[in-house]
Design a protein around this ligand. Sequence first.
Ligand code: AHG
Ligand code: MN
Ligand code: MN
Length: 340
Amino acid sequence: MKASAGYQIVTLNEFIINRQEEHPEAKGDLSRLLHHIGVAAKIVNKKINKAGLVDILGEAGEVNVQGEEVKKLDVFANDHFMAAVKASGEVCAIASEENQEIVTFNDGLSRDGHYVFCMDPLDGSSNIEVNVSVGTIFSIYRRISPAGERAHVSDFLQSGHRQVAAGYVIYGSSTMMVYTTGNGVDGFTLDPGIGEFCLSHPRIRTPDDGRIYSINEGNYVHFPMGVKRYIKYCQEIDPESHRPYTSRYIGSLVSDFHRNLLMGGIFIYPETQSAPKGKLRLIYECNPIAYVAEQAGGMASNGTTRTMDIVPSDLHQRVPFYVGSSRMVDKVHDFLREFP
Ligand code: AHG
Ligand code: MN
Ligand code: MN
């Protein structure tokens, strides 16, 4: 990876172009799309930074002082990512948490687009009013239907191992974009001074083992026996394996995962009695996070099957999710096998 002469900083766009140059066969369509995702992330970031001013700027559903209707931030993020992805001209359809059905683009350019795009435009949105980090999760697949035709829902029902790129934006104490195109994971921090994402976390590797477990323990009584036993294992005293572990749970998948990715840890959202298939969505939450996790050396499963090997049957399908440092995911698998 070469930085421009005289500059230490590698911006996201420069990084994308450099990567493309390393693949002379690439035509630049994915690069263009990634660039547009970066632009949408900056727009959404600006809006989220102002969320605390809601009393001044107006509540969702109200008309603000400029006479504009104030949108919920999920809808705002959805609209802007939709528009940016469409503007790239590379995508023929989008699946979003905010839309029941897929949205297909039918102008000439987009209908020829080679990719479909999946997203959770605002993840952890219930946290936003209390100033806790939220995120955007995205995933890109090559379409199955022929270019030039209207995209079909089956374009989205592909296993996660067929993703060509995936990642997330975290709007936190600083805003970052983290993504993979199947060649490792890189992280970019937004420098608000210059309005650019700058390469800050090249080639992220997650520790093989960790000391953090992240799960909503309020649901403990509803967890499968293997998960209950694993939690007790995490809480036992064993100095050799650094137990008891630390419990950390924000309630925002992107933020919980990002911390564990960098520090080592496991995030679990299992099946519960009230959510027998788990809560998180396979296509636009679990698969993209699983791709990043694996590309950083971690693991992701539904407790028995690798997340990215599950064949989706429904756009908004939910799955149990176990993701993080490989030794920790292996360990919880042991408990799930022993206490089915
Ligand atoms: P979203 O805001 O997109 O609906 O997602 C919320 C998700 C996820 O971010 C988080 O991991 C999980 O919900 C938390 O759920 P609980 O409140 O049930 O723990
Ligand atoms: Mn979500
Ligand atoms: Mn969401």
